[in-house]
Ligand binder design. Structure first.
Ligand SMILES: [Zn+2]
Length: 328
């Protein structure tokens, strides 16, 4: 299993500050509050979605809006009660309708970087693993990033891509995915930022594995609970938006879950680029609190020190974003 390190330039602080705007957070928190008050939404209590450890043995992570726990066995952070998938999808569709559209002339560099990074990831995996990935199915990322399909065409990959956007669906929420997998049998499926948001992540991965031939690949990018940001700031982390982060898996927890589902992990990495910059922004712009060592470190760190730290986090699987390549 490889843990590649991605040494990139650190992004500009302005891209981080605008990444999760206050308005976006408030919109998401309002949506969550509406769901909590809506009798039509059914909620279910759950144990750790990664390793199954009982909630009673976990630690409190946040009680704001609804309870989040941190699993003491695998370190995964999770909502202890989750809404049914069809209401989750409905709320998300409404939010996407409200967001201003991504236009071609908008500054698109941060996202462009992300897109190139995804395409390179698939290309390198194909070369390293010897799998031929001619047909790739993207599940729902095109809804979150409407310019993504354009970028795939423009950046000229020689692959047959298909996109399955978020849609209001039936009871389970994954029937559209099952049908598409059976109809197209892609060589690979991309689940980018999706594992954080679904009520039953294991169910999603079960649908994927049950409807693909053995030897297919699944590319997954998700938040990482082992990231330094969550370790230092906990629920104050700027990246923590409860409705978008129902599951924040740890490397260990996610590895265990996919193994139990029958997958083989070909690659695990935490290639996040933003942890150091987010934390510096937090300690210099948002919060005066003194956290031993870290507040002083971030207030005095220059760009080279931040870059050194970010590389260390990537190498030690401690960045806030993780990637898995799984084989069915
Ligand atoms: Zn766990």
């Amino acid at each position: 299993m490889q843990t590649p390190v991605f040494i990139d330039d650190l992004p500009d602080i302005s891209t981080v500050a605008s990444r999760k705007s206050d308005h976006y957070r408030q919109t998401r928190n309002r949506a969550l509050a509406e769901m909590l008050l809506d009798d039509a939404v059914s909620w279910h209590e759950r144990a750790c979605p990664a390793c199954g450890q009982s909630r009673d043995l976990s630690r409190n992570f946040s009680q704001a809006l609804m309870p989040f726990q941190r699993c003491s066995a695998c370190n995964t952070i999770y909502a202890a009660r989750v809404p049914d998938q069809s209401h989750l999808d409905g709320q998300r569709l409404r939010l996407l309708d409200e967001l201003p559209p991504e236009t071609a002339d908008k500054p698109k560099r941060p996202r462009e970087f992300e897109y190139i990074s995804i395409l390179n990831w698939i290309r390198l995996t194909e070369a390293r693993s010897g799998h031929s990935l001619g047909k790739v199915l993207d599940y729902r990322f095109s809804s979150q990033a409407p310019s993504w399909p354009d970028a795939v065409t423009r950046l000229g990959t020689h692959r047959d891509w298909s996109f399955l956007p978020l849609a209001a669906d039936g009871e389970t929420g994954f029937d559209d995915l099952r049908d598409r997998l059976q109809a197209e049998t892609p060589d690979a499926v991309l689940l980018y930022g999706e594992m954080d948001r679904v009520a039953d992540p294991a169910a999603l991965l079960r649908v994927v594995r049950a409807n693909l031939p053995r030897g297919s690949l699944v590319f997954i990018a998700t938040s990482c609970a082992d990231g330094l940001e969550y370790e230092i700031l906990g629920a104050d982390s700027p990246s923590f938006v409860p409705l978008d982060r129902l599951n924040i898996f740890s490397v260990e927890g996610f590895s265990q879950m996919v193994r139990e589902l029958g997958y083989t992990a070909l690659e695990v990495s935490t290639p996040g680029r933003l942890d150091a910059v987010i934390l510096q922004h937090y300690f210099t712009e948002i919060e005066n609190a003194d956290v031993p060592f870290w507040s002083g470190f971030f207030r005095s760190a220059n760009k080279d020190r931040l870059r050194d730290l970010q590389i260390l986090l990537q190498r030690s699987l401690r960045s806030g974003v993780m990637r898995f390549v799984l084989e069915t």
